[in-house]
Design a binder for this molecule. Structure first.
Ligand code: 13P
Ligand code: SF4
Length: 411
C-alpha cells in the first residue's frame, strides 16, 4: 500500500525528530499514493472515473463549493468521517468515529436520505445493511477499498470451510469475522452461526465463541494479527494454539492434525498500514524519547503488540490520549492522519509517530476534497452517485452476524 523507504528516526534531520513540544512528521515515501489512479493496476481502480466533472485538486473554490453543496443538502444528507480520513474531509463530517460507531450513527438518522460515507467500501456496505431501505449510502470514491478485506474473497473462504469439513473439524468451528471484511464474508459468518467483531470487542467475541462448545475452535477472518493478539494477549492462549490458514496453498498449507490441534485458525490477512510497524520501531522510539508510552492498535503484529505499553482500538487510542497527563510522551502506532490530528489537538503532550516513514492508509486517502465536492454537488443536483447496495440475501445473513455482535455483552 505504502512503500517503505530506508532511514530511521535517528537519521532524520534534528527538526524532524520527536521533540518535547512538536509532532515530528515521518519522512515521506516517494512511491506512496502514486500507484492507484495511474493505470498501474486497472483491476483495483474501479470507480476511478467519475461521471461528470471531478473538480481539480487545485480549484481554489473547492472549500466554498463543498460548503455550498452541503448547505443545499441540509438534513437530507448525513456525512460520516472515519478517523483515518484526511483533515480536508473530516472538516465536512457531521460525525467522526470508527467503522462500527459510524454504521450505528447512520442507522440512528433515518431522516437522512443520503448517507455520505467518507471511509472505505466495507464500512459503506455495513452502513447499507444497518440503515433503512429508503436511505442511500454513497462512497465518494468507489476505489476506496481495504486491502485487508480484499485478502479474504468469499470463494476462498467457502473453499476453506470445505477443507475444515473434510478434515472433520468444522462442527467444532465458530467463525468470527472482523468488521473489516466484505458483506459476503459477514454473511458467511452469519450462515455458519458465528459473529462479527470489532477491535473493541474481539475479546468478548472470542469468549462467546469458546463458550459455544467444549472443544470450540475459532476460524478468525481476515486479520491474523487481531485474532492472534486477542487469543494470546487477552485470553492467555499460547501462540502454538494458533495456526495460519493460507488460502493460496492446498488445505491452507496445514495438515489435518494441525487443524485438529488448533484452537485458533487464523486467516492469512493483515492490514497494510498497521502491519508495517516493527519491534525495531518500538526499540528506536524508546531510545529516542525518555519515558515514552508506546500505544498501538491490535492490527499490529504480535511482536509489536508484545513490546507496546498499551494496545487498543482506534477509539481506545483516542480516549487514552484525551486522558493523558500533560507533559507525558506517547509514540502511537496507527494511521497517520489520526495521529497527526491527535498531536495537533494535544499540544501539551509529546506525541511521536511510531513508524519511520509515511504511513497513511492509501485507500482511505482516496476520499479527498475533489471527490467529496463531486459527490455532494451531484446529490444536491438530484444525481446520486456511487451508491453502495448490498445484495438482499447477503445483507440478510450479514445482518444476522452483525445482530449477534450487537447481542454480545458490552455493546
Ligand atoms: P477501528 O477503527 O475499528 O479500530 O479499525 C481500524 C481500521 O483499520 C479501520 O479501517
Ligand atoms: Fe484496511 Fe488497514 Fe486501511 Fe483500515 S487502515 S482500511 S484495515 S488497509
Amino acid at each position: 500500500m505504502t512503500t517503505r523507504t530506508e532511514g530511521s528516526v535517528e537519521s532524520l534531520p534534528e527538526s524532524r525528530l520527536p521533540g518535547p513540544s512538536s509532532f515530528a512528521e515521518p519522512a515521506s515515501a516517494p512511491a506512496a499514493l502514486l500507484l492507484l489512479g495511474r493505470a498501474q493496476d486497472l483491476g483495483s481502480e474501479r470507480g476511478v472515473e467519475c461521471p461528470g466533472d471531478l473538480p481539480a485538486a487545485s480549484d481554489p473554490d473547492l472549500v466554498a463549493r463543498a460548503h455550498a453543496a452541503r448547505q443545499a443538502l441540509g438534513s437530507n444528507a448525513f456525512v460520516l468521517g472515519h478517523h483515518y480520513q484526511r483533515d480536508e474531509v473530516i472538516e465536512f463530517a457531521d460525525v467522526t468515529g470508527d467503522s462500527f460507531k459510524l454504521a450505528r450513527d447512520a442507522a440512528n438518522r433515518p431522516d437522512a436520505e443520503f448517507i455520505v460515507f467518507c471511509g472505505v467500501h466495507f464500512m459503506a456496505e455495513s452502513a447499507d445493511i444497518l440503515t433503512a431501505a429508503h436511505q442511500q449510502v454513497v462512497l465518494p470514491d468507489l476505489a476506496a477499498g481495504c486491502s485487508m478485506a480484499d485478502m479474504a474473497a468469499i470463494g476462498q473462504v467457502e473453499e476453506a470451510w470445505d477443507t475444515l469439513v473434510e478434515a472433520g473439524v468444522a462442527e467444532d468451528v465458530v467463525p468470527i469475522t472482523y468488521m473489516n471484511s466484505s458483506a459476503a464474508i459477514k454473511a458467511f459468518t452469519g450462515r455458519h452461526g458465528g459473529t462479527v467483531c470489532t477491535s473493541s470487542n474481539a475479546e468478548v467475541a472470542l469468549n462467546w465463541a469458546f463458550a459455544q462448545r467444549p472443544q470450540a475452535k475459532v476460524f478468525f477472518l481476515p486479520d491474523q494479527h487481531l485474532g492472534r493478539n486477542t487469543a494470546v494477549r487477552d485470553l492467555g492462549f499460547s501462540p502454538d494454539d494458533c495456526v495460519v490458514y493460507n488460502p493460496h496453498k492446498p488445505m491452507g498449507g496445514l495438515t489435518v492434525e494441525q487443524l485438529k490441534n488448533a484452537r485458533m485458525i487464523l486467516w492469512r490477512g493483515h492490514c497494510s498500514v498497521h502491519g508495517r510497524f516493527t519491534a525495531e520501531n518500538v526499540a528506536t522510539v524508546r531510545r529516542r524519547v525518555p519515558d515514552v508510552n508506546v500505544l498501538v492498535h491490535p492490527e499490529c503484529t504480535h511482536e509489536v503488540v508484545s513490546q507496546a505499553d498499551q494496545v487498543g482500538s482506534t477509539e481506545y487510542i483516542i480516549r487514552t490520549i484525551q486522558a493523558a497527563p500533560a507533559g507525558s510522551a506517547w509514540a502511537i502506532g496507527t494511521e497517520l492522519n489520526l495521529v497527526r490530528r491527535l498531536a495537533k489537538a494535544h499540544p501539551d503532550l509529546k506525541i511521536s509517530y511510531l513508524d519511520r516513514t509515511v504511513c497513511y492508509c492509501s485507500t482511505m486517502n482516496r476520499i479527498d476534497l475533489p471527490h467529496l465536492v463531486w459527490t455532494l454537488e451531484s446529490l444536491a443536483a438530484g444525481r446520486p452517485v456511487n451508491r453502495i447496495v448490498v445484495d438482499p440475501d447477503v445483507a440478510h445473513w450479514a445482518r444476522v452476524a452483525l445482530d449477534q455482535m450487537l447481542a454480545l455483552p458490552g455493546l
